[in-house]
Ligand binder design. Structure first.
Ligand code: SF4
Length: 414
């Protein structure tokens, strides 16, 4: 099998604007514990931090893909990236890949893993014509790995400390070598954790390049709190750039999907700062908030949203996920919407699949427009930022969705 990276949005920066990728959340469990991971959320190796996907059974995932395909003709890649590790849930993962491959023989399939348990599945993945594998390798020295991983569970046995790191690194490097021998294109992710592996990632880059990895993607450590590393600081954009520069001589680097850096550089005004502005100063609102179950489609009712995804667009027309923000608890009537307005005080618009009139009024009073629309997040966010006619965008979304009716339960806008 030949590595194909040209039309893959995770591997190729140019293709990201042309081709769409959808993640099917069928793999809830994980077989390791990274000290930067808060398992309330999806695996941070390939998903934006702070996202919690609703887990789907393989058949549900296929139905979901069918709906997404009807809405967006640009989807060319299906990924399984969690919420845990695909090979800690091999039955659901393989069943989903098989269903998708049968129905969409032309689609590009990719998978993201910590690498512990992929080895026995490599031949099956090749038979299913999975094109791309992303593996996260943060250390090749077990002493450093032991600081990053709390435990590893392998063949029903629990390993901790140095033994855990030794086993994980051994399995990762074996799998990388075998994947390349089998012809997969392989992206390696490394999380840069200041004070833990920020120097060592250079050795990691050299080792994975030697084993044939196609591309390297650095993800800055993102502090979600309630994690072992919660007292560590996030790396600066400069640190990330220096590491990329130092390792680009070994291996090509992927530099998009830098949501953590956008977060780290904090372009937004905090609620406290906007509150301190004189009353007539226009509030700076560079963002659009989106309610989505899984981070691909706008498909959640305002009243049912537990968190909002925050998007921005830069001068080159790139739409980027900045972060995810928790919504205030349900209940509490108007107070809930006032709190939401404060949480989203730097957002000009909220995109939801349904909304009651009362919350819309409260949010409008705070200068936030609520737009009821369904469809692929990036297409609609780009449309709104670039000034496309709103009624036309809504009309198109209604044609695709077949209905403009609110899909919420009708009970949760209080
Ligand atoms: Fe979390 Fe690490 Fe498992 Fe991903 S591999 S879900 S980051 S523990």
């Amino acid at each position: 099998m030949k590595p194909v990276i040209a039309n893959h949005s995770s591997f190729n920066e140019a293709s990201r604007h042309q081709f769409g990728r959808i993640h099917l959340p069928v793999a809830p469990k994980c077989n390791i514990q990274c000290n930067y991971c808060n398992r309330q959320y999806d695996c941070v190796h390939e998903n934006p931090p702070g996202i919690t996907s609703r887990v789907l059974a393989p058949q549900q995932a296929l139905q979901y893909l069918d709906q997404a395909m009807a809405l967006s003709p640009h989807i060319t890649t299906v990924a399984i990236t969690g919420p845990g590790d695909p090979f800690a849930n091999p039955d659901a993962t393989m069943e989903t890949l098989r269903l998708v491959r049968e129905k969409y023989p032309w689609i590009s399939l990719c998978i993201a893993t910590n690498g512990l348990a992929i080895l026995p599945w490599i031949d099956t993945l090749a038979a299913l014509q999975v094109n791309h594998v992303t593996m996260t390798i943060n250390a090749v020295d077990p002493e450093i790995g032991a600081e990053i991983y709390a435990w590893v569970q392998y063949k029903k046995k629990m390993y901790r400390d140095l033994n855990a790191a030794k086993l994980l690194i051994k399995k990762q490097l074996e799998a990388l070598k075998r994947l390349k021998e089998a012809g997969f294109s392989v992206k390696v992710n490394s999380i840069i954790i200041p004070g833990i592996n920020d120097i060592h990632v250079i050795t990691v880059a050299s080792k994975v390049a030697e084993l044939g990895a196609d591309i390297l993607h650095y993800l800055p450590f993102y502090n979600t709190k309630e994690i072992v590393f919660e007292n560590l600081t996030e790396p600066s954009a400069e640190m990330v750039r220096e590491i990329q520069h130092a390792t680009s001589k070994f291996i090509p680097q992927m530099k998009h999907y830098l949501w953590s850096m956008a977060h780290a550089e904090e372009m937004q005004l905090k609620p406290a700062e906007t509150a301190a502005l004189p009353e007539k100063t226009p509030v700076y609102r560079p963002y659009i908030a989106v309610s989505s179950l899984e981070g691909v489609m706008i498909n959640q009712h305002l009243g049912e949203s537990e968190r909002f995804l925050i998007y921005t667009m830069d001068a080159t027309g790139k739409c980027t996920l900045v972060n995810a923000r928790k919504a205030p608890q349900a209940g509490g009537g108007e107070q809930r919407w006032n709190e939401l307005a404060e949480t989203l005080s730097d957002c000009r618009t909220i995109l939801v699949s349904g909304a009651g009139e009362a919350p819309k009024k409260v949010l409008n009073r705070h200068g936030i427009e609520v737009i009821v629309i369904e469809g692929v997040i990036k297409e609609i966010v780009v449309g709104i930022f670039s000034g496309q006619d709103l009624q036309e965008l809504i009309r198109k979304s209604q044609i695709h969705a077949g209905s403009s009716n609110c899909r919420g339960t009708g009970k949760k806008c209080g």
